[in-house]
Design a protein. Structure first.
Length: 238
């Protein structure tokens, strides 16, 4: 007998402790902590760095716009989020996935941006996926897709070259590190022609990975490419 579908991110849950303040409630990250540590701040519409109020695009993006059409970030990669995202990314702390995805969903809905089209997670190489056992970007993207009521696909965008972690490289070397690392599944190129695509990742620092992916998607025929990330590394001055 069929029943009404309930979004797992919205369904009632057993009591749990907030991963930040350790208070008991129904969310792994409680509403007071989200309000305190992930406030609704003004960010550049192109690169998602913080900007003063009433500024929509930062000076750097006015001078040299990134290749993607827009960027939204839920929070800064700083305390306390850095100590949650790292284990989520590297140590299988998947109990945090829904709560972190909720932060990004809230940010997207606050921006009231256009429909995201097709959500694509930044892919891992087959070797890295075997080692880790999961793709943290897909764990966010598939949950985000449920809230935004849009499709998501973990197999359309491929990582064809295993590269060193971007975190281990100086910012000046990150673009070269990911050059030629991504491709669209050859048998599915037609699916991208004229489409709006949104690329989802956990952390954005220089934007080199997302810029490389944007070029691959545009070459495959995507009409618009947007970026949605859980966390944005603040500018050095911040």
């Amino acid at each position: 007998m069929g029943g009404q579908y309930i979004d797992p991110m919205l369904a009632p849950r057993l009591p749990t402790q907030c991963a930040i303040c350790r208070s008991w409630g129904s969310d792994r990250i409680c509403a007071p902590c989200r309000g305190r540590f992930a406030p609704d701040v003004t960010r550049c519409e192109r690169c998602a760095l913080r900007v003063p109020e009433r500024i929509s695009v930062c000076g750097a993006c006015l001078r040299s716009p990134p290749p993607y059409d827009s960027a939204v970030a839920a929070l800064d990669y700083a305390h306390p989020w850095d100590r949650l995202i790292a284990p989520f990314k590297f140590n299988a702390a998947l109990d945090l996935a829904s709560a972190l995805a909720r932060c990004l969903a809230d940010a997207c809905q606050r921006r009231d941006v256009a429909h995201p089209g097709l959500l694509l997670p930044v892919p891992l190489s087959p070797q890295r996926l075997r080692e880790r056992g999961y793709n943290q970007a897909w764990e966010i993207a598939r949950r985000l897709a449920r809230v935004l009521a849009c499709p998501a696909d973990a197999r359309l965008l491929l990582r064809i070259k295993d590269t060193p972690h971007q975190l281990a490289l100086h910012v000046d070397k990150r673009a070269a590190n990911v050059r030629g690392a991504f491709a669209v599944e050859p048998a599915r190129l037609a699916e991208l022609r004229g489409r709006t695509v949104t690329v989802v990742d956990d952390v954005m620092t220089t934007g080199a990975t997302l810029a490389e992916i944007t070029g691959v998607l545009r070459q495959a025929g995507a009409a618009e490419v947007h970026v949605r990330v859980l966390a944005r590394t603040p500018a050095p001055a911040d």
